[in-house]
Ligand binder design. Structure first.
Ligand code: NAD
Ligand code: DAU
Length: 363
């Protein structure tokens, strides 16, 4: 049975990836999820898999060398899928240091631990071992408003925020390990994800949450910055396909050609929410475009991101399955059906859940 070490599996994309993998492989794989449970990590996201014999949660910081080495010593890890990171651009502008610690030093710790466990005396690596580093399109910087300009795998890195600089640094470390040691890895650079379990500091869940509460919807600058949106399950699928079918040492861009201005996203959320709410629901009356409030722009705000997914499509055959219209409806329906989840993550209740669920039982 193949054993996966997933870092950051209690976060948004990591938890969706774990669900995807158990849905696809069921009992054919084993997953060890290592997560420090920062504000963004939430074990409620994984309630469905907690009882499985082939799933283990380990609370640890990826910068903790001893804890990470111990996992590799006690388990024969076949695949590492490295999600754990500080992921929010606005937080990185306020407090850049934690981004360097987790994203750069944490990735170095993961690489060293995997190298130590997988390297043979002659400097080659044990057969079949693979490390996948999950990264972002933000490393490429910002595109002009020219609809023919895209990010390709060979677009030069030009990060602007402390977050993207830290992710670019971590990508460079992975590249260095591949070039120097022939360390068996891949890097994926993906565009903006949306879907279930996304923490309500990011645009889409924040707007859904505020709209349902009748609160102002803060749009940065002129609202015309463009992001390229991908449904999170499509990202999970791409990661699995790259790891199983991609060529080692390669980078693959992941994106769905779904560019939208932020203001379009906010208006769509209002429209879909209005359609979904019963006429008798008192929230409906307040839910209008009047909630849209233009606020001061993000410092150094990248204007446009757009991925060219040609390589992953041509070499691996990956294409997104969920179109935005369907994905945004599914996402809104999910948030509707999980208002308790939203309530817990915004009130800190999930920490209580974690303590009661795991107590002393932790690894
Ligand atoms: P997230 O913030 O929702 O989750 C991050 C997870 O990592 C949390 O569970 C958190 O507890 C954990 N974590 C943070 N610091 C840790 C540490 N020091 N040790 C162990 N665990 C730690 O992030 P996300 O949106 O799910 O993003 C996951 C990865 O995907 C990140 O590497 C991010 O850069 C990348 N990415 C995200 C997007 C996106 O749109 N969200 C797009 C492309 C790439
Ligand atoms: O492109 C991939 C990246 O997408 C990931 O690497 C990051 O981890 C992820 O957080 C995301 O970064 P963004 O900065 O693009 O996402 P965010 O949801 O923070 O913002 C999306 C856009 O919406 C951006 O142009 C800023 C704008 N925005 C955001 C918030 C939170 C607003 O106008 N108002 C807001 O309140």
């Amino acid at each position: 049975m193949r054993t996966y070490l997933v870092t950051g599996g209690a976060g948004f994309i990591g938890s969706n990836y774990i669900h995807y993998m158990f849905k696809k492989y069921d009992n054919e794989i084993r997953i060890i999820n290592v997560d420090a449970l920062t504000y963004a990590g939430n074990l409620e996201n994984l309630r469905d898999v907690e009882g499985r014999d082939n799933y283990t949660f380990v609370k640890a910081n990826i910068c903790d060398r001893d804890a990470i080495n111990k996992i590799f010593e006690e388990n024969d890890i076949d695949r590492v899928v490295h999600f754990a990171a500080e992921s929010h651009v606005d937080r990185s502008i306020v407090n850049p240091e934690i981004f360097v610690e987790t994203n750069v030093l944490g990735t170095a710790t993961m690489l060293n631990a995997a190298k130590k466990a997988w390297e043979l005396p002659d400097g080659s690596f044990k057969e079949g071992k693979k490390f996948l580093h999950v990264s972002t399109d933000e490393v490429y910087g910002s595109l002009p408003e020219d609809p023919n300009a895209y990010f390709y795998e060979d677009t030069p890195y030009d990060p602007h925020s402390p977050y993207s600089a830290s992710k670019a640094s971590s990508d460079m470390l992975v590249k260095a390990y591949m070039d120097t040691y022939k360390f068996p890895a891949n890097i994926t650079n993906c565009s903006n994800n949306y879907g279930p379990f996304q923490f309500p500091e990011k645009l889409i869940p924040l707007m859904i949450h505020n709209a349902l509460e009748g609160k102002a919807l803060p749009v940065y600058g002129d609202g015309k910055n463009v992001r390229d949106w991908l449904y999170v399950e499509d990202h999970a699928k791409a990661i699995d396909m790259v790891q199983e079918q991609g060529r080692l040492f390669e980078t693959y861009n992941i994106g769905g050609h779904n560019e939208k201005q932020n203001i379009e996203i906010v208006q769509t959320i209002i429209d879909v929410l209005r359609e979904s709410l019963d006429d008798s629901d008192p929230r409906k009356e307040k839910l209008t475009y009047d909630l849209i409030t233009y606020v001061e722009d993000r410092k150094g705000h990248d204007r446009r991101y757009a991925i060219a997914p040609d390589k992953i499509k041509k070499e691996i055959g990956w294409e997104p399955e969920t179109m935005f219209k369907e994905g945004i409806r599914k996402t809104i329906e999910w948030f509707f059906a999980h208002e308790d989840w939203m309530e817990h993550v915004t009130s800190g209740d999930y920490q209580k859940y974690y303590d009661s669920m795991y107590g002393e039982k932790l690894y």
